[in-house]
Each structure stands twice: as structure tokens, then as C-alpha cells.
Design a protein around this ligand. Sequence first.
Ligand code: FE
Length: 184
Amino acid sequence: MTTANTATPDAGLDAKTLQRMPYQYPQPKEALPDLVVPNAIPQDERIWVPQGENVWFRPLCLNVSSGYWMNLLKVRKSGVLSRHRHPGPVHAFVLKGRWRYLEHDWVATEGSYAFEPPGETHTLVVDEDVEEMITYFQVNGSMYYVDPWGKNVGFEDVFTKLDMCRKHYKEVGLGEDYALQFVR
Ligand code: FE
């Protein structure tokens, strides 16, 4: 094992004590502060940022240095949500309800994990009998919205998400800087 600091003043400490000892040195000077979001599924409804009719997102980590974002997507009332291409990978974990893509025969049900590979274009649908869907998405790079033939009709990235947060949180009285706590 390589360590930056070779001082190991552990003489006289028993194995059990050593095992429970926290790391004894400072974290790297340039490391970003960690981020803990209590109530990831918020009690305060204002934290959900409207994204469209009956569609909201809840930011968890808006990573401006690596260009990705982690958020919860919430949908009430069903419908076709969006058709999009993913230039980067997406990871999804379904917390509530279910959804599917018109291009696939699998259904993302409550408790499911899904990986969406870069390059894929698909159309997200929440079926009529689903009252509410909440999914944790990690989206890398951007969402590239398209028509059925792949023609671009819009996009989102971590910066457009941050702008939406700013505007919404100002309107609902949380303050436009409320989302800065999620930025890394
Ligand atoms: Fe997708």
C-alpha cells in the first residue's frame, strides 16, 4: 500500500481499537466538500422543480465539473414524456411506479435498475394506470431531444437544469441560490 504519509504511530494500540479508528490525516486540500441531502424525497413540495405538465425533478447533485446531474424525476398522470438521445450513459433506479420506452419491451418497475447506453434514442412513457412515478436518474452530458426521425428539438444539460432550479426556487421563495448546495 502506498500512502503519502508514512507515519504510523500505532504502537500500543490493540487491533480492535485500530479497526474503529477514523482516518487520522486531513482530506486532500483540493477535494470538494461532500454532499448529503436529507429527505431526498422531499417533504417540502416546493423543492420539486417543474419540468413540464405533471413532471418535476428534484436536484440531488449538479456536477458542473464533470458535466452530469443526479436527480429524482416525478411524474403524475401519464403520457409520453420525451423522446431523446443520450450522448452519455444514464443510470436509473425506480423508487415508485413504473415506466417504459417505446423502443423496448422491458418495463422499469418499482425497485428496478436500468442502464441506458450512450448513443441510444428512446421515448419515455408512463402508462395510464400509474398514479405517480419517481425515479432516481444519473444523467451524463446531456439529454438531446428529438423528433421520431432524430431531428433535434432541444437539449438539457447540468447548466440548463441549474437555471431551471434558480428560476423556480426564486419564484417559490426558497431563493435563487437554494440549488447551489447541490453543485459540485
Ligand atoms: Fe433515457
